[in-house]
Design a protein around this ligand. Structure first.
Ligand code: S3P
Length: 416
């Protein structure tokens, strides 16, 4: 079943969360165009709404009136969204807004010390329950700046700290080992915050220039595009164009690795929109070869590793992934869930503590897929099914709505 045609995608989920959170602290009206349709992003909007931030939405365009917070002890439900919980904790901690953040069964299992500890170092009265949510934030007297070495490469930690610095008006310096997605830095700089990035050190200064309101056009989501890109590069006779999609370097790991594997990928019409690189991505079938992926590559393709594993089953030779232990702390343990489901389809795959080894090419068979309510596992294995010429049975397809409710409709348009 080749994949052919032209498509557009809803706005990038990571940028959408940040646009809502940053708009919420800016006086007056902020305009966001092509907001993500993900349930995760809607959770961020609902949480903000509960603490006084009004928004009006027409289709995917949103107007947010910022800086109208009401301080009351609220329980905020972040659903399945780690980004909502971690970034909102930073923002509310810095604003000194008492609150309790909860989430669904999966989110309640994910590690939170990674943000709670550095936020405590800023003087924020924040706590969690044995490294997991609920997270409780209480009013604190005086907050201070922070100089922090991140021992985990994580844009969620970095952004939580930057938002705490912005909302409490404190200087923040963060050193990261490998560059993680930098949308928070780009957005803050674009509206007038004084933020410097040298090598892997990010410094947010307290002196601001005339701050502008947000007026942002969000490009298509590169992590959602990854499923179609993966399909088109491994299914013979495919040729697909995805228009107006985010091509920020810190998110391009999947595409860079696919190119090294031999994939046919061309970027057209590259431009800068609100500080972010945007372009049209053309992907066509070419034979693929196995590759070694290590810790240097991981943060720029963290969400794309399950679909990369699927693609690797169709590549000639061995593909290894290492330095990817963080995958175990996502919406599901993505090393375990990817290995279990690919094995069920007949792939030659070995689980490692921090990654996987795959030997290809391998004919995949139709299987019953357990996606553990993880949207990216569900979409990866829909694509795996299509590449095998069959449709897999997925146990809970609705979890796709977490990030990409239009996925199936768009896919139907491009399967030939
Ligand atoms: C995200 C960062 C990544 C990614 C997540 C979204 C973000 O998590 O996996 O889906 O928007 O900041 P980490 O930063 O924890 O790796």
């Amino acid at each position: 079943m080749p994949i052919r045609g032209h498509i557009n995608l809803p706005g990038d989920k990571s940028i959408s969360h940040r646009a809502l959170l940053i708009a919420s602290i800016l006086d007056g009206e902020n305009y966001i165009y092509n907001l993500s349709t993900a349930i995760d992003v809607n959770n961020t909007m609902q949480c903000l709404n509960q603490i006084g931030i009004k928004s009006s939405r027409q289709k995917n365009n949103v107007v947010i009136k910022g800086n109208t917070f009401i301080s009351s002890q609220k329980t905020l439900d972040c659903g399945n969204s780690g980004t909502t919980m971690r970034l909102l904790s930073g923002l509310l901690g810095g604003l000194n807004i008492s609150s309790k953040l909860i989430g669904d069964k999966s989110l309640l299992k994910r590690p939170m010390d990674r943000i709670v500890n550095p936020l405590k170092n800023m003087g924020i009265k924040i706590s969690c329950n044995n490294n997991t949510a609920p997270i409780t934030i209480k009013e604190s007297e005086k907050l201070n700046g922070l100089n922090y070495n991140m021992n985990i490469s994580s844009a969620q930690i970095k952004s939580a700290l930057l938002l705490a610095g912005v909302s409490s008006n404190n200087k923040i310096t963060i050193n990261e080992q490998y560059p993680s997605r930098n949308h928070t830095e780009i957005m803050l700089k674009n509206i007038g915050y004084n933020i410097n990035v040298t090598n892997n050190t990010i410094t947010l200064h307290t002196i601001k220039h005339n701050l502008k309101n947000l007026d942002i056009h969000i490009p298509g989501d590169i992590s959602s595009a990854a499923f179609f890109i993966g399909a088109a590069c491994m299914i013979p006779n495919s040729d697909l164009k995805i228009n107006n999609v985010l091509i920020n370097d810190t998110r391009m790991g999947f595409i860079e690795i696919l190119k090294k594997m031999g994939a046919g990928i061309i970027i057209h019409n590259q431009k800068n929109v609100n500080g972010e690189s945007v372009g049209d991505i053309q992907v066509y079938y070419k034979p693929l070869y196995g590759i070694d992926i290590d810790d240097k590559n991981i943060s720029s393709m963290i969400d794309e590793l399950p679909i990369l594993a699927v693609v690797a089953t169709q590549a000639e030779g061995i593909t290894t992934v290492s330095g990817a232990k963080e995958l175990r702390y996502k919406e599901s343990d993505r090393i375990k869930t990817t290995v279990e489901n690919l094995k069920n389809m007949g792939a030659k795959i070995i689980e490692k503590n921090d990654g996987l080894i795959i030997e290809g090419p391998n004919i995949l068979n139709k299987a019953n897929i357990k996606c553990y309510n993880d949207h990216r596992i569900a979409m990866s294995f829909i694509i795996a099914g299509i590449s095998s010429g069959n449709y897999n049975n997925i146990d809970n397809i609705d979890c796709i709505n977490t990030s990409y409710p239009e996925f199936i409709d768009t896919l139907k348009k491009i399967i030939r």
